[in-house]
Design a protein around this ligand. Structure first.
Ligand SMILES: [Zn+2]
Ligand SMILES: [Zn+2]
Length: 467
């Protein structure tokens, strides 16, 4: 029988073998025969030789050399051990090439982030660590990246062509939101596949034309949707109160898109087409007390305005760059996560105290199955994606799952509808959980511990903390 550990070992061996190929090729070229009167010509000839013998392009060989030679020792070690596949190794080296920091802890944290991410999400994982480490650097790097925005058109075979836009995440998010919102207005029975619907919606939005539903209903109200009159759909930016007030430089978070610098976050928060979720990050860690029977449930840590039914708006607010101080609640979460990843057996230290169901009944809303819109927004702000390891489905497209199941007959006795018992799960991962094959438990600091069918544990950290 195949054991998952054997599969893992062969994957690591394959990564390590690729690393050995890269190292071999690099040293073959850089330690090549000396004594030729033109060292550069010699090196170019050796690059061509490696490319020809390994049947790869010269560009690949040059990429190997440039990346490998610039890599810090610790990153190289991770590459050789098979922990980092080539693509992740390269992303990490590129990210570090833009920084002046060579703090060992930072490099270690970046390696962990890159090892823990699926290949496609390595750049975003690295960005998250760097933004957290140095908000000022992140802002500058982002400005430089924004300057490189652009549009390219590529001709493809069979009369096709491709249009690509590249730019700041919040701008692309706003554009894509308009297109997906227009496409969503079509009936479910529309004859086109989703990519084709999106293409037709994008065409209609850009050319200010109409989008027409192709469902069989002859009186469908979406026969000719005028895309110029559609309301602008709102998206969510999560920003903590201190950053919003200009007192802190903590990055904001575009749900599903990643961190944005504090000043960009403040700017978006003041824009009517964005919905700002303002979270209260305290500068001292919350006291670890068990539930006090005399005390009411703590208020929902969401913008006060949310409780009044409207997000708090910051119109006319003058952006300012604040300090880069991180909240201590966040630091405490990072410490707990590091400890748990190194010593998963210490999970019990971070268990949430069991609720005292009789002495401290929860607020009525916790005994209703469906979470309120405000609570849903807070959970989506907390976890940008499905909490299953490596899953990239945005939390706004997920089911909000009760970590401990809700009891429909006796809501008081089951898991409550509250922040510490809700997690976003995409449909696939939700089904795995419902089938009893994967299990989830919420720990302190919003960390979710996940067990696969063979008992291996994974820890998912929140993307934002609200208190
Ligand atoms: Zn229709
Ligand atoms: Zn998922």
């Amino acid at each position: 029988m195949t054991v998952i550990d054997d599969v893992l070992a062969s994957q690591r061996a394959a990564h390590a073998a690729y690393a050995a190929t890269v190292r071999g090729a690099v040293s073959y070229v850089t330690d090549g025969p000396s004594g030729h009167h033109d060292a550069d010509a010699m090196e170019r000839a050796l690059v061509s030789e490696v490319a020809a013998r390994l049947t790869v392009s010269r560009r690949t060989v040059l990429d190997w050399i440039g990346t490998y030679c610039a890599a810090p020792a610790a990153v190289r070690d991770a590459f050789h051990s098979g922990l980092l596949p080539w693509a992740a190794f390269r992303s990490l080296c590129r990210a570090l090439a833009g920084t002046t920091h060579r703090d060992e802890r930072l490099v270690g944290r970046l390696i962990d982030a890159a090892c823990g991410a699926t290949p496609g999400s390595v750049p975003a994982a690295i960005d998250g660590v760097l933004a957290e480490y140095d908000a000022t650097w992140h802002r500058k790097a982002r400005e430089a990246a924004t300057a490189q925005r652009g549009m390219t058109v590529r001709r493809l075979p069979r009369g096709q062509a491709e249009l690509r836009l590249r730019g700041p995440a919040e701008t692309i998010a706003a554009m894509s939101r308009r297109v997906t919102d227009a496409a969503r207005r079509l009936c479910g029975t529309d004859s086109r596949l989703l990519p084709a619907r999106l293409f037709d919606a994008a065409h209609a939005v850009i050319t200010r034309g109409a989008l027409s539903c192709t469902c069989p209903d002859p009186v469908c109200p979406h026969r000719d949707v005028d895309t110029t009159t559609l309301p602008i759909p709102r998206a969510c930016i999560v920003i903590d109160a201190a950053t919003a007030a200009g007192l802190s430089g903590e990055p904001g978070h575009l749900l599903g898109w990643g961190p944005v610098p504090a000043d960009t976050a403040r700017h978006l928060a003041a824009d009517a087409t964005w919905q700002a979720v303002i979270t209260e990050a305290t500068s001292s860690p919350p006291a670890r007390t068990d539930r006090d029977p005399q005390q009411a449930d703590p208020p929902l840590p969401v913008a006060n305005a949310h409780r009044r039914g409207r997000p708090r708006r910051l119109s006319g607010w003058v952006p300012d760059v604040g300090s880069t101080e991180r909240s201590t609640a966040w630091a405490a979460m990072r410490l707990a996560l590091e400890l748990l990843r190194a010593h998963p057996e210490q999970e019990d230290r971070f268990r949430l105290p069991p609720p005292n169901r009789i002495a401290t009944p929860p607020p009525p809303s916790a005994l209703v199955y469906a979470p309120s819109a405000a609570l849903r927004t807070v959970v989506e702000a907390r976890y940008a994606t499905c909490v299953a390891p490596g899953c990239r489905v945005p939390s706004s497209d997920c089911d909000l799952d009760h970590v401990e199941p809700f009891d429909h007959d006796e809501p008081l006795l089951g898991g409550w509808t509250e922040l510490t018992n809700l997690e976003p799960l995409c449909r696939t991962h939700h089904n795995d959980k419902t089938a009893g094959l994967w299990s989830y438990r919420m720990l302190d600091h919003g960390i979710v511990v996940i067990r696969d069918p063979h008992g291996h544990t994974y820890f998912t950290a929140p993307d934002r903390l609200d208190r």
